[in-house]
Design a binder for this molecule. Structure first.
Ligand SMILES: Cc1cc2nc3c(=O)[nH]c(=O)nc-3n(C[C@H](O)[C@H](O)[C@H](O)COP(=O)(O)OP(=O)(O)OC[C@H]3O[C@@H](n4cnc5c(N)ncnc54)[C@H](O)[C@@H]3O)c2cc1C
Length: 382
């Protein structure tokens, strides 16, 4: 009997699901065994979190179940990944050891609010699904005062998302008739709104938020949070409601396995290979340099593109084909305006001689496309 190769995928998020499906769509279960391990059994497209905040969605009607993967003959194991041993090709979870022939690490970025003293006690985490309903309730009851949206570390997931959040919050407060009594301040450690998108797109985003009376404070590097007070390196300010984007780090198991240095992400090239044979890394858990000072942004669309790249190369290897493909660095992120329209930030990270970005016009059509984007991923992947 011939041995069927086994691909183990760590993380059932954007990258993990894209690669698993690409693999299964090309190779049957008699050609390839696929296992996904994740500590949670659901998947949600990141931007649905903002729809839970503005009340157009609930958690329950925004998620797909990873247990559906069984129908595609993809084994799903709901367990915590405790160690990765690339030398023996073994993964340990809380109850078992799983061996692999190919490994795809797509464990995402971990939110680390504990890195900012006082944040956990005095602020909400805009990206944490456990905080979304509470944030919604706060936004539905606040009558006056100051809302602070604060980016507390770079890089963070989906660079435009906090700006989109500010626009959707503005819309909520307008609908409630309380916007004139509430100030919205946006704090970022960066000098411009979206450094990865360049100065021209950044200027347009600044104009967009300013047009809704959202005040952007650049170069605001956070030190700590006190009750109703943000302490920056060079200044301080007060707030009534704090919505923070905490620093992002790689999961601890990544450092423990020697795949990245403490607090860094796994360094990859466009082939998404790691220094270990047949071990690939994709998505938010990686750092893929574009220039000396810029890396591919952390976004689902890029995790997906990298996942498909890796899957194609594993398929080639299994079918003994010579072809190798490289991640193309192309993608787009929707930006909702809060006025029932959306624009798209289109990027080509590896365009020659330098990355290109473009912000399309904001229209209703793009909002429909955004909704379709989510629907397609949930129905195609799960
Ligand atoms: C509010 C918001 C809006 C966003 N909007 C967009 C957008 O419009 N477009 C876009 O492209 N991206 C968007 N994103 C970003 C996008 O969600 C992420 O970049 C994407 O999910 C990254 O995919 P990934 O596969 O690398 O990681 P993830 O999708 O985070 O998946 C990682 C998985 O690994 C699992 N895991 C981690 N550690 C362990 C462990 N030790 N044991 C077991 N399992 C583990 C996690 O449970 C998780 O399911 C948004 C994000 C947010 C928060």
């Amino acid at each position: 009997m011939t041995n069927i190769p086994h691909v183990v995928i760590l993380g059932g998020g954007f990258g993990g699901l894209a690669s698993a499906n690409e693999l299964r769509n090309s190779l049957s279960s008699s050609q390839l065994k696929i296992t996904i391990i994740d500590k949670k059994d659901w998947f949600m497209v990141g931007f649905a979190k903002l729809w839970i905040i503005n009340g157009t969605r609930t958690f329950e009607n925004s998620v797909g179940s990873l247990n559906n993967l069984g129908k595609k003959e993809i084994t799903f194991i709901k367990e915590e990944i405790l160690s990765i041993d690339p030398k023996t090709k073994n993964i340990k979870t809380n109850s078992q050891t799983i061996s692999y022939d190919y490994l795809i690490i797509s464990m995402g970025a971990v939110l680390a609010p504990e890195k900012i003293p006082g944040l956990k006690e005095h602020g909400f985490n805009l990206y944490d699904h456990d905080h979304l309903s509470q944030i919604h309730e706060k936004l539905m009851s606040i009558k006056s005062g100051k809302i602070a949206i604060s980016i507390m570390g770079m890089p963070y997931k989906c660079p435009p998302a906090p700006f989109e959040a500010s626009l959707l919050i503005d819309a909520m407060l307008r609908k409630r008739g309380v916007r004139d009594s509430i100030q919205i301040d946006f704090y970022s450690p960066a000098p411009i709104t979206l450094p990865a998108a360049g100065p021209d797109v950044s200027k347009k985003i600044l104009e967009l938020v300013n047009s809704e009376q959202i005040v952007f404070h650049n170069s605001s590097k956070i030190k700590s949070v006190e009750p109703h007070k943000l302490i920056f390196e060079n200044s301080q300010t007060d707030f009534d409601l704090l919505l923070a984007i905490p620093p992002h780090i790689a999961p601890k198991v990544i450092y423990d396995s020697g795949l990245a240095k403490e607090s860094g992400f796994i360094l990859i090239n466009r082939d998404c290979k790691t220094k270990f044979e047949n071990v690939f890394a994709i998505g938010d858990v990686t750092s893929l340099p574009v220039t000396e000072s810029m890396a591919v942004p952390k976004a689902g669309i890029f995790a997906e593109g990298e996942g498909i790249t890796v899957a194609k190369n594993i398929i080639s290897k299994i079918l003994s084909k010579e072809e190798e493909v490289y991640f193309d660095g192309k993608g787009g992120c929707f930006l909702e305006s809060g006025r029932d329209t959306a624009s798209v930030i289109e990027v080509n990270m590896f365009s020659n001689p330098k990355p290109t970005t473009n912000l399309t016009e904001s229209n209703e059509d793009n909002l429909v496309k955004k909704q379709q984007f989510e629907k397609e991923r949930l129905s195609n992947w799960l």
